[in-house]
Design a protein around this ligand. Structure first.
Ligand SMILES: NC(=O)c1ccc[n+]([C@@H]2O[C@H](COP(=O)([O-])OP(=O)(O)OC[C@H]3O[C@@H](n4cnc5c(N)ncnc54)[C@H](O)[C@@H]3O)[C@@H](O)[C@H]2O)c1
Length: 405
């Protein structure tokens, strides 16, 4: 089998784990790696040698993208580098896969789409949660009409990141500077990717407008004060990022979507998916399904007896992709979905088929960040949502292309 010659940009936490998965693949030869920090390049090179890879090292991502030994680019770097690296890769005609994160400006989202239209170079956002076991089963349940017409959906990035953010300078982590300077829905894609699939956003349905609401910021200050080993200069009341940001979007088909970002207060991890349809309801936080058929005894108090009943639905509806994956042995990385998203990208590149999560899907998700920032700045005012597809209203039927599932 001819091997992909991979160039990898960004060798922090995520870059290390995803490169580990790529290094084990028989169809990949990692020929170049890049990070701003030379020590991260050196340690990755040593690690890759254990798997028989001998990559060239670049400290400048543009040089890696231009390198003749690179055919396919992976971008695992900090949020600020995503758009420049993806645009440069598309211009160089090298298929590119990039990590999740919001954009900084709407112009950047437009630039991604324009560059794709100019170059035709495949680019995919590696939104791994689109391949999660629960998410994939929910798509199948929706297709089997368990929920009826979808009316309102919710999701969130609920992850206690106080240690990661407050230790950002010591660990050279990008979230520190972002939380100091921006107040927005900074990480919408883990929940929005799957919700967009459920709603067909960008494929006939589209977002019309959005309003965002930010609470005050107190979580990081309190946390730092309670941890004397942390740099106390940052318990200064000057974190820009509100502790909880709630964003409401409306769609052209009349649905509402509620997103929440909750990363600087104590709480357990959850993506908090919720589906409200004309026939049924699902909540990820207690893994329960409530439908017109199963709710007979589900009054106010007895309903708790049904919590966890999602497993019955999973048994019936889990799609073949996940059944086969469980049989074959799930690989490490966020419950297995990291392998699936990498595999989806590389398979599409090999087959020359459309990207499962293409540049328009990415632009729509990434745009929530600057739009929410604007709405918050304007006192929660509604902000119009641009149509990045430029009139390609239904890419699925127009091109027969959309093939995530
Ligand atoms: N999909 C997931 O489940 C998941 C999980 C964790 C992180 N992520 C995403 O992965 C990305 C990286 O996150 P992380 O936690 O590894 O961050 P990190 O700060 O640990 O690593 C980012 C790396 O990118 C490098 N970098 C930044 N700008 C660069 C540039 N211009 N050129 C070369 N290298 C550059 C940094 O030096 C750093 O080593 C983010 O987009 C994050 O949102 C996704």
């Amino acid at each position: 089998m001819e091997k992909f010659r991979l160039g990898i940009i960004g060798l922090g936490c995520r870059g290390r784990s995803m490169t580990g998965l790529l290094a084990e693949r028989e169809d990949c030869n990692i020929t170049a790696i890049c990070d701003e920090y030379a020590d991260r390049c050196d340690s990755m090179k040593a690690k890759l040698a254990e798997h028989g890879h001998d990559p060239a090292i670049y400290l400048d991502y543009e040089k890696l993208i231009a390198a003749p030994e690179v055919d396919v680019v992976f971008v695992f770097s900090a949020w600020e580098n995503h758009v420049p690296a993806v645009v440069a890769s598309m211009k160089a005609g090298k298929p590119v896969a990039f990590e999740v994160g919001g954009a900084y400006t709407i112009e950047d989202c437009v630039l991604l789409c324009e560059t794709y239209r100019e170059t035709g170079t495949p680019a995919m956002m590696l939104e791994n949660c689109c391949y999660g076991r629960v998410e994939q089963t929910l798509y199948a349940m929706k297709n089997a009409d368990v929920f009826g017409e979808l009316i309102h959906v919710c999701g969130g990035y609920h992850h206690d990141l106080r240690e990661e953010v407050s230790m950002g300078l010591e660990n050279r982590h990008y979230r520190h500077r972002n939380y100091r300077s921006r107040n927005c829905e900074n990480y919408p894609t883990h929940e929005l990717g799957p919700l967009n699939v459920l709603l067909g956003i960008g494929h006939g349905n589209r977002f019309v407008r959005l309003s965002a609401f930010a609470s005050k910021s107190a979580g990081l200050d309190t946390y730092i004060k309670n941890h004397p080993d942390r740099d106390q200069t940052y318990a200064d009341g000057k974190w820009a990022q509100g502790d909880v940001v709630t964003t409401i979007l409306t769609t052209s088909e009349g649905q509402t979507v509620r997103l929440s970002l909750d990363t600087t207060l104590p709480r357990p991890y959850s993506r908090g998916l919720e589906i409200h349809g004309t026939k049924g309801w699902f909540s990820q936080d207690n893994m329960s399904v409530y439908t017109d058929e199963n709710n007979v005894e589900a009054d106010h108090f007895k309903w708790k007896n049904f919590w966890g009943n999602y497993s019955e639905y999973e048994e019936k509806h889990m799609p073949k992709l996940w059944r086969d994956y469980l049989d074959a042995g799930v690989k490490k990385g966020h419950g297995g979905m990291d392998f699936l998203v990498l595999d989806a990208f590389l398979s599409a590149v090999r087959d020359g088929s459309p990207m499962p999560i293409d540049i328009y899907d990415a632009a729509i998700m990434m745009a929530v960040t600057p739009l929410s920032e604007l709405s918050i700045k304007m006192g929660n005012a509604p902000v119009e949502f641009p149509d990045f597809t430029e009139g390609i209203e239904d890419r699925e039927t127009a091109e027969g292309k959309y093939k995530l599932f």
